[in-house]
Ligand binder design. Sequence first.
Ligand code: ACO
Length: 362
Amino acid sequence: MQSPIDVGLVGIEIYFPSTFVHQSDLEVFMKAPKGKFTVGLGQTTMACVNDREDINSISLTALNNLMKKHNIDPKQVGRLEVGTETMLDKSKSVKTVLMNLFRQSGNYDVEGITSINACYGSTNAIFNSLNWIQSKAWDGRYAIVVSSDIAVYPKGSARPTGGVGAIAMLFGPNAPVVFENVRSTFIDHTYDFYKPDPFSEYPTVDGHQSIEIYLNALRQCIATFKEKHFKLYGVRPSYSDYDYFCFHTPFSKMVQKSFFALLVEDIKEHPSRYNSELVSTLKENQYRLDAKTTKALQQTQFQGEWENKCERSLLLAKMLGNIYTGSLYNGLLSLLCDTSINLAGKKILMFSYGSGCAASLF
Ligand code: ACO
């Protein structure tokens, strides 16, 4: 068989429920200060399922819609993986439930299973799928990754950062969205968000610690990414090499922090490429990512760049909330659906993060 070229995303589909809560209503209900969830976290609404839906049903819907809309015969699929941390059973995977859609075709030869690690599972599933298509074991068929979660938190400050969504992605050769070869990963043993109680669907979470661990993982991935890129292509990539940026989105404000964190790392490495006044302010502030640094960046062209290159990836996330494993990929979908931009020939830098912790930049 010919080696596949331009391996990547061939199709993408999302399902989200029609039920949701306005974050402004949640502020009133939770007796939070006005603006805390809408401005402070940057969220408008939060999707939630009703009692007729669960992780299996939303994943089935997304997968079914993807195959129907792209006219995919189940026999054309050789790999199906799921990324989720929403557990209905401690042993039986969501992947096996999705095989219901393959039964009639008689195709049971479908590799892949469910990957679990907080919001990172579907990134692992995607890397597995890309590796499979580029391996000698590939049999010419498509790979599909279903990335779905129902994110619910107990009473308290984390509650407004829930959400729901299921994304199904079709991978193959000759794709319109191609994945480049360089990717960096940072995996460490942390307890920022975890689910130790099998009888509760709620996580145990230290929200502020999780933000710090997320940002540390981002910085580590950036450093490794630059080194790996240099080894492969002889150049250290810079912020300006990318047209758009998507980050794992627990809430929109986190993405703004991440975008500015990435910029600060670049300014630290290449001060001569940036406005000298801005560089002095950041240097004086020891390149800390705090209110002073954020304000200094917002007073330059980077406020506009944030809006154009990154904030537009938050269209779905602002409405659905955190859909855990899918939250990075609804950022990509938001860009793909944005008719005001032409993505042809453009590069998107993607950062995936799952607590506990596993992260990748690609
Ligand atoms: N108007 C406008 N902004 C406000 C207001 C207000 N009335 N009140 C507070 N804010 C701002 C704060 O200044 C803060 O912004 P900043 O971070 O830029 O300073 C923001 O709103 C949040 O306020 P906090 O006091 O930090 O909020 P709190 O501690 O109650 O909870 C948290 C926030 C920690 C994110 C919580 O929602 C949480 O635990 N979420 C789950 C964990 C999470 O999402 N972690 C992220 C990575 S891991 C993952 O993806 C699961």
